[in-house]
Design a protein around this ligand. Structure first.
Ligand code: GLN
Length: 302
């Protein structure tokens, strides 16, 4: 398979569509990015790597970090985690409050914000310094020792993070946070503010394409890998998850920074970045690019 040629074809097709969609500006610092940015990188289980466009430029990974936090929490809690968070698609926006009240403080899944706050709480309880833990984990998985937080993005979100604050306080009122909401929010905002490139993210996600292992050995078990990939397929792109599965046919996780990572178990991990978002908060051009990638490579899990 000539990944390089496929990425170049996709790049040429996608460039004219980049002005479509809307950059997230509810986190003011995210609005400073150039809407014409586009990067894509793929890494496969035979050690091949290809990239195109701005694949080396770091961007705010935002909710893609929820896969890393979930992995750390599953390593430590295993099945017990599911007493505090569900495994069903939400059908609502990623930062919805109504469902949480209705369902008595048990978030639908670990990828909506409420669920990720519970997962962050678990990591905080187990590891103390959750910020250092996640940054070091991302460094190890990507092989890039200088991966770090963009502190201006974390501060920008914290300043206006009233909705996430409401979710955290709600969770606490239901007894579903062990730590103080402020401590959980601080870790969560930093995790979302991790800055990584498409190349780094595609490498970091390879453990999900390799049944839980990377070149250093096992990160999680093959069974846990199946769980995480299944959750990405059913919950990774929020209320657009059905459309994403229909068009792309791969487990994927998006973030409001415009990144999406998708995994073909046993074969490859691919990351795309294009900051203009659709109404569900997923990269518009990124979703199209992944749809084209699945078509041109002839690969999907279906
Ligand atoms: N930090 C963002 C938020 O909590 C993450 C959302 C996302 O990427 N979907 O709103």
């Amino acid at each position: 398979m000539d990944y390089q040629q496929i990425l170049e074809q996709i790049h040429a097709e996608i460039v004219p569509t980049l002005p479509q969609g809307r950059i997230a500006d509810y986190i003011p610092q995210l609005a400073h990015v150039n809407q014409r940015s586009f990067g894509m990188a793929v890494c496969d289980t035979q050690g091949r790597f290809a990239s195109v466009g701005d694949a080396d430029e770091r961007f705010s990974i935002q909710s893609i970090s929820k896969v890393f936090t979930l992995t750390l929490a599953m390593q430590r809690e295993g099945e017990r985690l599911w007493q505090r968070v569900g495994r069903e698609p939400s059908g609502t926006s990623f930062n919805s409050l109504v469902q949480l009240e209705f369902e008595l403080g048990i978030p639908r899944n670990p990828f909506i914000n409420a669920g990720a706050l519970v997962v962050t709480d678990v990591v905080l309880s187990h590891l103390g310094d959750a910020k250092a833990a996640l940054r070091d984990f991302a460094r190890r998985l990507s092989g890039a020792a200088d991966v770090d937080y963009d502190y201006s993005v974390a501060a920008s979100e914290a300043r206006l993070g009233y909705r996430n604050s409401a979710l955290a306080n709600f969770l606490k009122s239901f007894g579903n946070l062990e730590n103080h909401p402020e401590a959980v929010l601080d870790a969560y905002f930093h995790h979302c503010a991790l800055a990584m490139s498409c190349g780094e993210l595609s490498r970091a996600f390879m453990y999900l394409a390799r049944h839980g292992s990377n070149s250093d050995g096992a990160v999680i078990t093959p069974g846990q890998t199946k769980y995480i990939n299944s959750l990405m397929l059913t919950c990774g792109t929020y209320d657009a998850v059905g459309d994403f599965a229909y068009r792309v046919g791969l487990p994927g996780k998006s973030g409001v920074g415009g990144g999406i990572v998708a995994v073909m178990p046993g074969m490859f991990s691919v990351c795309v970045w294009a900051p203009g978002l659709n109404a569900s908060g997923n990269s518009l051009a990124g979703t199209r690019a992944l749809e084209r990638f699945a078509t041109l490579t002839g690969q999907s899990i279906f």
